[in-house]
Ligand binder design. Structure first.
Ligand code: FMN
Length: 248
């Protein structure tokens, strides 16, 4: 099995997407019988205790779009009959710009590869799957445009804490992602019940929306990250705002 996994997060190896891609890779190893050894371009961190087994059991290339120089390498890695899994976070209700650049790079092999199966996993910071639905529709369109086979999009809202949560507290999620892995290994569509469990609900509660509005983005968690990046005092900057009203 030739499997290409794309981590579309700008955070690269430090991302929630990386936690998910490791679950997927580990799950596929658990469910595949194929014995083929090949290059592995990955750095397994959390959730992939059996990375040795991964190397022995399948041909796996994993790429980070955060490393913009590997976009072409990732595209070149896709052959006839490849299975491609793209995992990315929702940014501004769509994919991060670097993931979009990767999608644009795929144009090079559009309608030139046979039987390329595309699976997508989209996850978001906010709860409620509904705001991922627009990008899901785009992924259907994109896959058709490229001449590949669309195999499904799994949506996982409320993902921001994944990378900081102990694995033992995430067993329900890991089991669901292992279930997605089985579908990928079998080459079948994502199981509808697993998709429903991951989604949880389409719309967040009114209390949740009010809480988000009232916080005005000032949660302890995000403030800490902003401070770590020396950006806290700049977070309400408006660099594109005109300083004075001029008529042009
Ligand atoms: C610039 C930026 C834009 C974001 N836009 C959204 C958004 O529109 N909707 C949402 O639910 N979450 C949004 N998020 C939250 C991310 O989707 C969420 O934190 C995700 O878990 C990050 O995954 P990663 O660690 O793999 O990058 C945004 C985060 C950033 C940094």
């Amino acid at each position: 099995m030739k499997l290409v996994i794309i981590n579309g997060s700008p955070r690269g190896k430090e991302s929630n997407s990386n936690v998910i891609t490791n679950w997927i890779a580990t799950g596929i190893v658990k469910s595949t019988q194929v014995n083929k050894i090949s290059a592995i371009k990955t750095d397994f961190q959390r959730g992939a205790k059996d990375s040795t087994k991964i190397i022995e059991s399948m041909q796996l290339d994993k790429f980070y779009t955060a490393n913009i120089n590997t976009h072409r390498e990732a595209v070149d890695s896709i052959e006839d009959n490849s299975t491609v899994v793209v995992v990315f976070p929702l940014y501004g209700d769509a994919m991060p710009a670097i993931t979009k650049l990767f999608f644009e790079e795929l144009e090079i092999i559009a309608n030139k590869k046979e039987n390329v199966k595309m699976y997508y996993i989209v996850h978001s910071g906010f709860k409620g799957a509904n705001h991922c639905r627009a990008v899901e529709r785009y992924l259907v369109y994109l896959t058709d445009y490229l001449g590949f086979k669309y195999m499904g999009t799994a949506i996982k809202p409320g993902s921001e804490g994944l990378r900081l949560t102990p694995v033992e507290n995430l067993l329900d999620f890991t089991n669901d992602f292992y279930s997605l892995s089985k579908d990928i290994a079998k080459g079948s569509d994502f199981d509808v019940n697993t998709l429903k469990r991951l989604v949880g609900f389409e719309f967040p509660s009114e209390e949740y929306k009010i809480g988000i509005k009232q916080s005005n983005g000032n949660t302890g968690y995000f403030s800490r990250i902003l401070k770590q990046n020396n950006a806290f005092t700049k977070c309400f900057d408006k660099p594109y705002q005109r300083k004075s009203k001029k008529s042009y």
